[in-house]
Design a protein around this ligand. Structure first.
Ligand code: GNR
Ligand code: NI
Length: 186
């Protein structure tokens, strides 16, 4: 098991487009485990491979309060989206910032599991919103891209300043325990 470093906005690697996964092997199973460990430790309710600098179409989620409902989606495709609504979002790659985003509140998704088995699943509410947020990461998109340029610039400047202050104090990214507690009670 291993905790992976999470890239933070405006890191240009968050803009990479992830490639489809074609090999379902032990390396992939280990990567899924490490991503769950990283997501639970953060804590977050979802994590896309892009955020840990792996540019493959893989994401993990668990929106349950007791962290008992892990879900893995590989090469996900949305088949149906319905019921547009607004929900407040946060992102481990944009720590400490939350804002409203409009998205479908119901989606039907087709994906593969870590063994390559294709499945379909219907998600609603926070699960549906989180899945779309994670799939955006795989296409190099962040929730702040839906906000005004003014807001996005404000967030970017704040995070750049925090990064600089951290560097000047000699703190490594792995030891900053001030990640956003997004969507998780603690
Ligand atoms: O932990 C997270 N919470 C969250 C809350 C509302 C909408 C989306 C999310 S995803 C986020 C974790 C994260 O950054 N995943 O990419
Ligand atoms: Ni995110």
């Amino acid at each position: 098991m291993a905790l992976l470093d999470i890239l933070e906005y405006p890191d240009p690697r968050l803009r990479n487009r992830a490639e489809p996964i074609t090999v379902f092997d032990a390396v992939l199973v280990k990567r899924v485990k490490d991503m769950f460990e990283t997501m639970y430790a953060a804590p977050g309710i979802g994590l896309a491979a892009t955020q840990v600098n792996v540019h493959q179409r893989l994401l993990v989620m668990d929106v349950s309060q007791d962290r008992s409902a892990p879900m893995v989606f590989i090469n996900p495709e949305i088949l149906e989206r319905r019921e547009v609504g607004v929900m407040e979002e946060g992102c481990l790659s944009v720590p400490g910032y939350f804002d409203d985003v409009e998205r479908a509140q119901y989606v039907k998704v087709r994906a593969q599991d870590q063994h390559g088995i294709t499945f379909e699943r219907e998600l609603s509410g926070l699960e549906a919103v989180c899945l779309q947020h994670e799939m955006d990461h795989l296409d190099g998109k962040l929730f702040v891209d839906y906000l005004s340029l003014l807001k996005r610039d404000r967030v970017r400047r704040k995070l750049e300043k925090e990064r600089k202050d951290r560097a000047s104090r000699g703190v490594s990214p792995a030891t900053t325990a001030d990640k956003a507690a997004v969507g998780v009670e603690r």
